[in-house]
Write a protein that binds this ligand. Structure first.
Ligand code: SAM
Length: 223
């Protein structure tokens, strides 16, 4: 079998500890042990210019709150970017970005390295999206306090499509949001009756043709 290439996911944030905890558990943790993926969190303050390691400043034109500066994002990306010739994508987390989908997860799983940029405060200097990032993603129509959860959401969804990350038990087949835009059919496990809630008879029938037809009928289209 050809050796699988290690995929690297770098997260630039002012809260690196938020990333390492999640990424070291369960499927992502095992995928790191198996050298399928490598998730690294970096402290943006390491690339700040001044001695106070300041990463934000007041917005030009006035307004409330603070804006994250462009320079430490640019230096950070330059420092963590992998070798020449590798496929790298730089992703800004942004409440106003395009909505991240399963299709994006599948597409981004083919890159050797993804670099995620996490904003905080009132957001990020617009020059980061214009000149440093390749694309900007929102994970949904709501505003979070920072880009760390969005970065983890995207890493989790992308990593599941990296060969060897999911074991045989956690197959990608027959999941929601397939290429055909289907959602998964309802799943049941033991006991057959709980309180008065019973599992549909067809699933207990042992008739595989009938079961398949029932599942097809139950699976809904996403659009
Ligand atoms: N003022 C910004 C606005 O109205 O769009 C919101 C800034 S938010 C408080 C701070 C950071 O959290 C953003 O720069 C972004 O990195 C991240 N963020 C918040 N909501 C997000 C979402 N739905 N998807 C992706 N990133 C998000």
């Amino acid at each position: 079998m050809p050796k699988q290439k290690l995929r690297r996911y770098d997260v630039l944030t002012i809260f690196p500890d938020m990333i390492s905890g999640y990424a070291s558990e369960s499927i992502l943790g095992r995928a790191q042990e198996k050298k399928r993926i490598d998730v690294r969190a970096h402290d943006l303050r390491d690339w700040a210019e001044d001695k106070h390691r300041r990463v934000d400043d007041t917005p030009y034109g006035g307004g409330p709150g603070m804006v994250m500066k462009v320079d430490m994002f640019e230096r950070g990306v330059r420092n963590v970017r992998g070798k020449k010739g590798e496929k790298v994508r730089v992703i800004l987390t942004s409440a106003s970005g395009k909505t991240f989908t399963q299709q994006d997860a599948r597409r981004l799983a083919k890159y050797d390295q993804l670099i995620f940029l996490c904003g905080r405060y009132e957001g990020v200097d617009a020059r980061v999206e214009d000149h440093v990032a390749d694309e900007a993603f929102s994970i949904g129509n709501y505003v979070l306090t920072g880009g760390e959860l969005p970065a983890l959401v995207m890493i989790d969804a992308v990593a599941r499509h990296v060969p060897g990350v999911l074991g045989a038990k956690e197959s990608l087949a027959e999941e929601s949001h397939t290429e055909e835009g289907m959602l998964e059919y309802p799943q049941y496990t033991k006991p057959p009756v709980y309180k008065k809630w019973s599992v549909p008879d067809v699933l207990m029938s042992g008739d595989h043709k009938k079961i398949e037809a029932w599942r097809k009928e139950q699976a809904r289209h996403t659009e």
